[in-house]
Design a protein around this ligand. Structure first.
Ligand code: MV4
Length: 451
């Protein structure tokens, strides 16, 4: 077994995830290289790195999405590998393959796998072939109204039209009756073309009140694969997750094992390597269906780390070195309950971004509390990027105790000078329906109506 030396890693990202990746690199004795935009000169990821290189102007397109700049920075600093984090270029097949061509290890799966999962129609087909349950729908993109009507006849209404190049909820249309189909198909195709430069769409049966459950997997480059259980990600607003938990209050040990088995089997069959996430829709009768696969580390990975004691970034780097997984499925145990609240620089009611200077900042502590952030007192939150400024994660023995712990941690987190979503999270922790664990993707709509 040949082990690739990884002594120096370039982190092609910013914010909390860049700092999070550096935590693990430092603990592994790996040197770090930060890249940053002109707007991020004072950012914490720049300060923590052993070396830092400016890669362009403030806009993402001119910096964190600029492949030639980032590859040049990697060449100049002579790194062995690039960690892409999430967002930006994390799921760019082109970026991953160019890195490989330059003999720089991309910390993630092979470019072909990234490409395949980026095409939601192909991902669906591949998963079905690998034995993963999918919703009844069209095996190919829908070309015209005739094809749409034929599919509708097979699966019935309501149905959902999704963009093949989409994901994360962009460009979806729900169709409830036959008469709306032609119109909605055209609209969906136009929207997909405008948003993704690809008008291909496909059709699936629509589930009215699903939960969003995802399974974390780790696969090495030798065919070993394990899962680290699920994350409950149902509470979202406009396809933006607000908070996540592990384990899900909706999932039995039996169902967890079943979903995990399916995911692991699929990884082995497609030759998946590195960390990955299977997104599933869970129906009210406990049926689950493949939605998408994410080929990167995710924002919400800490809840899995808290309940398994695994360091997902550490595993990503070990796998990239060509090492074998250190534990088998039997070694993975889910202990206690973790919740993550995403703290955004936004108005807690309107969700309008609220960038600007943070005049006071206090991080809560105590047992079972983790804060992933890259902001500090007097830091100016730039308007150019995602509005998430911190992730507050708690772990406790039970879900009830975790909710109580989260509530007090939220109350003891101080962010002044900008608006944040902290007050919203406090209200959610106090909500009876959240506490009961019985909710669907409609939670936020109903939450706001109920005020
Ligand atoms: C669905 C669905 C119901 N039925 N597909 C939203 C994000 C994107 N990945 C797919 N999404 C959905 N797909 C079928 N066949 C409902 C959603 C959905 C949703 C899913 C997860 C979490 C929140 C959501 C909010 C609205 C709709």
């Amino acid at each position: 077994m040949s082990i690739r030396q990884i002594n120096k890693v370039l982190i092609a990202n910013r914010g909390e995830i860049a700092c999070r990746i550096m935590w693990t690199c430092k603990e592994m004795g790996i040197k770090t290289v930060a890249v940053y935009s002109e707007a991020d000169r004072d950012a914490l990821h720049v300060r923590f790195a052993d070396e830092a290189i400016c890669i362009g102007k403030a806009s993402s397109a001119e910096s964190y999405l600029n492949i030639p700049s980032i590859i040049s920075a990697a060449e100049i600093t002579n790194v062995d590998a690039i960690h892409p984090g999430y967002g930006f270029l994390a799921e760019s097949e082109i970026f991953a393959s160019i890195a490989g061509d330059c003999n720089i290890k991309f910390i993630g799966p092979r470019p072909e796998i990234i490409k395949m999962m980026g095409d939601k129609v192909e991902a669906r087909r591949t998963m079905q072939a690998a034995g993963v349950p999918i919703l009844p729908g069209s095996p190919d993109p829908i070309a015209n109204t005739e094809e749409a009507l034929k599919t509708a006849k097979e699966i019935g209404f309501p149905l959902i039209i999704k963009a093949a190049a989409g994901g994360g909820g962009r460009g979806m249309r729900i169709v409830r009756k036959k008469e709306e189909l032609e119109n909605q198909l055209e609209t969906a195709q136009q929207e997909a073309l405008a948003a993704f430069k690809d008008g291909s769409v496909y059709i699936e049966r629509y589930i009215e009140r699903p939960r969003h459950i995802e399974i974390q997997v780790l696969a090495d480059e030798h065919g070993n694969c394990i899962h680290l259980g699920e994350r409950e990600c149902t509470i979202q607003r406009r396809h933006q997750k607000l908070l996540e938990e592990a384990p899900s209050p909706a999932i039995s040990q039996e169902l967890r094992e079943e979903m995990g088995r399916v995911a692991v089997k699929a990884c082995r069959e497609i030759g998946y390597s590195n960390a990955g996430t299977f997104e599933f829709l869970l129906d009210e009768d406990d049926s689950f269906y493949f939605m998408e696969m994410n080929t990167r580390v995710q924002v919400e990975h800490p809840v899995t780390e808290m309940v398994t004691l695994a360091d997902i970034v550490f595993n990503q780097i070990r796998i990239a070195k060509g090492e074998e997984l250190r534990y088998a499925q039997e070694d993975v145990q889910i202990v206690g309950h973790a919740i993550e609240c995403r703290i955004n620089a936004e108005d807690p009611v309107t969700f309008v971004p609220s960038p600007g200077r943070i005049t006071a900042f206090n991080i809560p502590g105590g047992p079972g509390v983790r804060v992933d952030t890259a902001v500090y007192p007097d830091y100016v939150v730039p308007p150019y990027y995602d509005s998430m400024i911190a992730k507050l994660i708690v772990h406790a023995r039970t879900r009830e105790a975790a909710i109580r712990r989260m509530r007090r941690a939220l109350e003891m987190m101080v962010v002044e000078g900008i608006k944040t979503t902290i007050p919203l999270h406090i209200r959610i922790m106090e909500d009876e329906r959240f506490q009961s664990g019985k909710f669907s993707t409609k939670f936020m709509e109903e939450f706001n109506d109920g005020r």
